[in-house]
Design a protein around this ligand. Structure first.
Ligand code: ZN
Length: 317
């Protein structure tokens, strides 16, 4: 991420609470950060206190983009106040290795401001990997891949909403040869800020165009992963999920279709709850109970758990 400063001269004093401590700092606005290839407004906090996070009344979400030292300036992202997600206290992107109990390794990179899950998926013993839905914090994804000495073979996109594609440009800059793979119906969202919803949040995100589009039922192999595509519209008209068939238990890269205890929003212009519910029942709930679902937001879950207890789409609803 590059910081650009347009020098707009406004500032204000902010109070916040960190645990039981109050911190005091000065925000100055008007800076811009490049996210993907687009500028994004940020505030910078100048504080004398060493802080780890700063909940701030009236602002739903801010993101530290670098570790905080005493007396240093700290760039923040501000989320759009109409964000529909209820968000945790602000924090940096975090990276964890999910316990999948199989020979497929999954690294999750959770990025602000929408707590979107980007994944790096690879087979134990191999050095190639796929990157899934690179979000707003591509630097953390690049670092994770480099730390593991992996080479990406492809970028798999579940759907074209901006929080799932914002890191595509950075991935392509670092690894120009890797193809962007997306469902055929969502390919136009990559290059259209209105369609990918970034315009509605007051900024403009685009990605390089699709290199490969996929359709329902299609099978292909990437980085040793045997992948099968299912189209499940309803959250986004061209949403696909990727089933990793040569994993035991099978793994679904699910995007914003089925979450642990929830399902994807269907209130966008191309949303449709009935379509979403039908797709979940017909294409996911027929998989074996042990199938692991890696959703685009929140923790992983299994087909069996959701089929029995999901409050929106289950055996009982
Ligand atoms: Zn989405």
């Amino acid at each position: 991420m590059n910081l650009l400063d347009d020098g707009l001269p406004f500032g204000f004093v902010a109070f916040g609470f960190l645990g039981r401590k109050t911190i005091l700092g000065l925000f100055r606005g008007g800076s811009l950060a490049n996210v993907g290839d687009r500028p994004y407004p940020i505030l910078t906090l100048f504080s004398r206190k060493k802080v780890a996070c700063l909940p701030f009344n009236g602002v739903r979400r801010m993101l530290f983009t670098q570790p905080i030292q005493n007396n240093s300036s700290i760039p923040f992202f501000l989320s759009h106040p109409s964000s529909a997600f209820s968000l945790d206290p602000l924090r940096m992107a975090f990276v964890d290795l999910l316990d999948t109990n199989c020979d497929i390794q999954v690294v999750r990179i959770v990025s602000a401001p929408f707590d979107e899950n980007s994944f790096v998926v690879y087979q134990k013993g191999r050095t190639d990997c796929v990157v899934v839905d690179p979000g707003f914090e591509p630097d953390a994804i690049v670092q994770a891949i480099e730390k593991l000495s992996l080479e990406p073979a492809a970028i798999l996109i579940t759907h074209g909403h901006s929080d799932h594609i914002a890191g595509n440009t950075s991935m392509k800059i670092r690894w120009p040869a890797i193809p962007i793979v997306i469902g055929a119906q969502d390919a136009s969202k990559l290059v259209n800020p209105v369609e990918n919803l970034s315009a509605a949040f007051g900024f403009s995100i685009t990605s390089p165009p699709a290199d490969q589009t996929v359709l329902d039922g299609e099978r292909f192999t990437m980085a040793g992963l045997s992948l099968r595509v299912f189209e499940i519209p309803g959250h986004s008209s061209g949403h696909v999920v990727y089933l990793i068939e040569n994993s035991q238990p099978p793994l679904v890269i699910g995007g914003d279709v089925l979450f642990a205890g929830s399902v994807g929003r269907t209130d966008f212009s191309d949303g449709d709850f009935d379509q979403l519910a039908r797709g979940i029942r017909e294409k996911l709930y027929c998989l074996c109970d042990a199938t692991i679902v890696l959703p685009g937001h929140g923790n992983s879950t299994t087909v069996g758990v959701e089929r029995r207890s999901n409050p929106f789409v289950s055996d009982h609803s």
